[in-house]
Design a protein around this ligand. Structure first.
Ligand SMILES: [Zn+2]
Length: 150
């Protein structure tokens, strides 16, 4: 049975099924609270998404969800800690949260700041340096920066 776990007249119709999101949260070990369900519903759609806390905040408000930016940050970090999202940091401390948690790389459009996925197998990494003593490479994330062609 697919039914919203609560009824909030301020929340407009959202494009997702709560049951799917509940299952996703529970299998990641998170309690399906109202806010996690709402934000999870915005994030976990059929397409891969890259959001910043600010962009998700705007999106939530547009959907009629009143939630503070601090709550958005907390929720994004909880989702990242439990493996539901991957954090992609670009210089200047700018963080994106990626719903594609598989190993992959990105194109970054310098003008718009938009990230686009590059499947992991589309880039061949060779001659990686030996990591410093006592460490091992955990992952390699390639960001290819784009600007308009002349
Ligand atoms: Zn990505």
């Amino acid at each position: 049975m697919r039914q919203a776990p609560f009824k909030d007249p301020r929340v407009k119709k959202l494009p997702f099924e709560y049951a799917d999101i509940t299952e996703k949260l529970v299998s990641a070990g998170l309690r399906p609270t109202r806010q996690r369900l709402l934000l999870g519903g915005l994030l976990f759609t059929d397409e891969c998404r890259h959001v910043s806390a600010e962009s998700l905040h705007r999106e939530a408000r547009a959907a009629g969800v009143e939630v503070s930016l601090a709550t958005i940050y907390n929720t994004l970090h909880q989702f990242t800690d439990t493996g539901l999202l991957k954090e992609v940091s670009i210089e200047g401390g700018k963080s994106y949260f990626d719903t594609n948690v598989s190993a992959h790389h990105h194109f970054l459009c310098e003008e718009s700041g938009k990230l686009t996925d590059i499947p992991g197998e589309h880039i061949t990494l060779q001659n990686l340096p030996t990591p410093p003593m006592g460490t091992q490479i955990s992952s390699v994330d390639v960001v290819i920066r784009l600007r308009p062609a002349n």
